[in-house]
Design a protein around this ligand. Structure first.
Ligand code: PLP
Length: 383
């Protein structure tokens, strides 16, 4: 029953049928007027999603490519940067920065806990010589299900005056509000297989005016990811290199779908799915890895006790056709993660929770009442 397969992981996320079908269309030339019309439409849609007037550029890359492009276009070799890390993706920012010879100052928090904005404030205030060129933050830390306080950290960077704000918004964009202009975010990276509801392959980078000023002096070598040509071509609704045309068809349909739903409705849907998922886990006495106040709207991490996370995942996959994500690095085997990002609705949560209850029973887990998770989720979803 292959087609029954249900992705409940934080990327790739489920893709609507209308979007899948859009990709089946015959290709068109990317130098055609028809393509430019699509490009104009999706560019406007991307600005709407990012709540920005800034450029939002499209790259043929996954989310990491967009992160890398952000770094190499606004920074220079040896620049001092403050990087927040409280999970796998914060660590990735650190790795990319180091790969390009930046002078990295890491601000850490335990996995499962949020970054402390005061740690950023202290370093930024102490930097009276203005040596810190950028602050890099993962908004929604997918590996642990923690949402970092991006706005407060960005405010501290603005008070510093010099530091740019670079954001990994890969699993927050399209799940909760990321007001790029409102929060003064200079570089915002995301990827198509997350909140966009389309397959992997497109990376997005939003660039502020301040980011473009920094671009002028950036000396890190670049070619394919040099954002200058993307901006120049983008102004004429075209691309410097051959774009993934079929993904543009998909993006056009997905953005239209998002606009029909409306930003506020998208955010409240995700908030409700998140609350229902968490209520279900609490109802089943399954410990949540992140606290309610800092929980990501895109993914919920659960640390089961007395039953193996990997056994839960295996039965869910084999007997219920539901894919859950596992833990990464030292959390491998310790947690499972439920994705509720993008094309996800009430029905999906109830199905996943009911299947999880059956799985726990099959594994002989005790300490939970069958039906309690479902009742808790239903109470949230029907409110
Ligand atoms: C998925 C993800 C990325 C990008 O990963 P890719 O595999 O390169 O698309 C980056 N940051 C976060 C927080 C993510 O969830």
């Amino acid at each position: 029953m292959d087609d029954k397969f249900m992705l409940m992981i934080p990327g790739p996320t489920p893709v609507p049928e209308s979007v899948l079908l859009a990709q089946a269309k015959h290709l068109i030339g990317h130098r055609s007027g028809e393509f430019s019309e699509i490009m104009a439409e999706v560019t406007a849609g991307l600005k709407w999603l990012h709540q920005t007037k800034n450029d939002v550029l499209m790259l043929t890359a996954s989310g990491t490519g967009a992160m890398e492009a952000g770094i190499i276009n606004v920074l220079s070799v040896g620049d001092r940067v403050l990087v927040g890390s409280n999970g796998k993706f914060g660590d990735r920012w650190v790795k990319v920065c180091k790969a390009f010879g930046l002078n990295v100052d890491v601000i850490e928090a335990e996995w499962g806990k949020p970054l402390n904005p005061d740690d950023f404030k202290a370093k930024l205030e102490a930097d009276t010589d203005k040596t810190i060129k950028a602050v890099l933050v993962t908004h929604s830390e997918t590996s642990t299900g923690v949402l970092n306080d991006l706005k407060t950290i960005a405010d501290h960077a603005h008070a510093h005056g010099e530091a740019l704000v670079l954001v990994d918004a890969v699993t927050s964009l399209g799940a909760c509000s990321v007001p790029v202009d409102g929060w003064g975010l200079d570089v915002v990276a995301s990827g198509s297989q997350k909140g966009y509801m389309i397959p992997p392959g497109l990376g997005f980078v939003a660039m502020s005016d301040r980011a473009w000023q920094a671009y002028e002096t950036s000396n890190i070598p670049k070619f394919y990811f040099d954002l200058g040509p993307y901006r120049k071509s983008g102004a004429k609704n075209t691309t410097p290199f051959t774009p993934p045309v079929s993904l543009f068809f998909a993006l056009q349909v997905a953005l239209k779908m998002m606009q029909d739903e409306g930003l506020d409705n998208i955010f409240s849907r995700h908030a409700k799915l998140q609350t229902a998922t968490r209520a279900a886990m609490k109802g089943l006495n399954l410990p949540l890895f992140a606290a309610d106040e800092v929980a990501s709207p895109a993914v919920t991490a659960v640390m089961p006790q007395g039953v193996e996370a990997e056994k839960i995942r295996s039965i869910m996959r084999k007997q219920y056709d539901i894919a859950l994500a596992g833990g990464q690095d030292h959390l491998k085997g310790q947690i499972f993660r439920v994705g509720h990002l993008g094309f996800v609705g009430n029905r999906d949560i109830l199905t996943a929770v009911a299947s999880l209850e059956a799985t726990l029973a099959q594994l002989g887990a005790n300490g939970f009442t069958p039906g309690a998770g479902l009742a808790a989720a239903q109470a949230v979803l029907s409110a």
